[in-house]
Structures are given as C-alpha cells and as structure tokens.
Write a protein that binds this ligand. Sequence first.
Ligand SMILES: [Zn+2]
Length: 241
Amino acid sequence: MLFLFCFPQTAFLQTTSVESICVGTGYETPVYIIKTDSKEPTIMIVAGTHGNEKAGTKAAEYLKDNIKIEKGTLIIIPEANILACEKAVRNFPPDINLNRVYPGNPQGNSIEKLASKIFNLMKKYDINLLVDLHESIEFYKKNPKNYGQTVVIDSDDDCLFELSSFLVEEMNKGIKEDSNKYQVLVDPVKGSTAYSAYYQLGIPALTFETCRKLPLSFRIGEQIKFVKIILSKWNMLAVQR
Ligand SMILES: [Zn+2]
C-alpha cells in the first residue's frame, strides 16, 4: 500500500515596501505596506498617535517585521506622531492632540497636515478596516473616564458591534482578573482617526486600548494578539505548516 504524504508549502508571497509621509519635516514617518497576490482585504494599523502609549508602537514594529500573511494587504504606521513617540509624550506639540484634528488640513499646522496625510492613505489604499492602537493610564472598570482594556467603536452599527464583541470575547479568554477584562464601548469621538474613518470614509474602525498599569511586555503581547485575531478572522494570517 502506498501512502502519500503531501505537505504543501505555503506560498509566503508577501512583499513589504515602505513609503513615508510628511517627507522633509520633523513629522516624517514610515508607512509599511505588506502586500500579497490578492489586494483585499486591506487593513490599516495605526499606532503611536500618542507618543507615551508604547505598547501599540512596539506591537506595530513587531508585526511589520514578523507577520506572515497569505491574503490581502496590511498597512502599518508604527509611529503616527513620531516626535511625540521620540519624546515619549502624549502629544507633540503638547497642545495639539492628533486624535482630535482628523480629517486634518493640508494647509493647516503640522499636526493637521499629518492627520491629512494619514486620512489620504486610508482613501488611497481603499482600506476595509482601520485598527487604531492606544493605551490608557487607568482601567475603564476602575475609572470610566479612562479607557484601559476596551475596544472603542464610534457607532453601534450591527457589523461593528458584532466584530468588536467577538474580539473582546476572544481577548478575554484566559484573563482571570475582572478589571483586566476587555469590554466594548460605543463612544463617538469627533476628530479621532477612527471617527473620521467611519463617518467620513465609511470605513469600519476600531480603537484598541490596553491599560498602562499592566506590565509593558504583557501589553505588547495583547496588542499583537488583537491584530492577529482580526487577521485570522479574515483568513489573512498565513498558517505555518
Ligand atoms: Zn491614545
């Protein structure tokens, strides 16, 4: 009897290219485009909108170097406000919050120009989902003014609510401490990346927030896990065989 064992090699035909936005200014920051043979779905991951929320940036950097996809396109911006990231401050300049000025203004101040460039990328790549990675100083469950351990959506439309509920359920598997568990929040924040994606471009958008009271290595792992669950739900993640 002849047994044939077939182990097909997964074709990791992904290519990564880099383009920069705000070239020639202090806010020049790289955008990584990971492509496969099939364009769709196209998911954009933004991190470093706030420079003191390190886990998202570290996770985005890990993903751009290590992620293997076999379908779709992944666009990653690890340090949206690169000067704030370099200085490890929330906003730079301190009085302008990048997450309140979308869709930006190409003729405006440096942060409005930056927002406009990111907004244009969402349009240019015709993205199907925006994932904005953030962190908060406190657990939402301890002080609802802060959004630590939440997935924030800007509308309770069925599709977005279903997706965020699924993600929260997956993320909570294995988390024992109640305050560390994630929950979905519906909170439209005008001028945010996610709000602008959803209301101005019709793109489903999620803001993911870990709590900075948890250890950094754990938070980075959580941010990576969150993105990977999304990629695997869309069958984009390459299966290691
Ligand atoms: Zn933030």
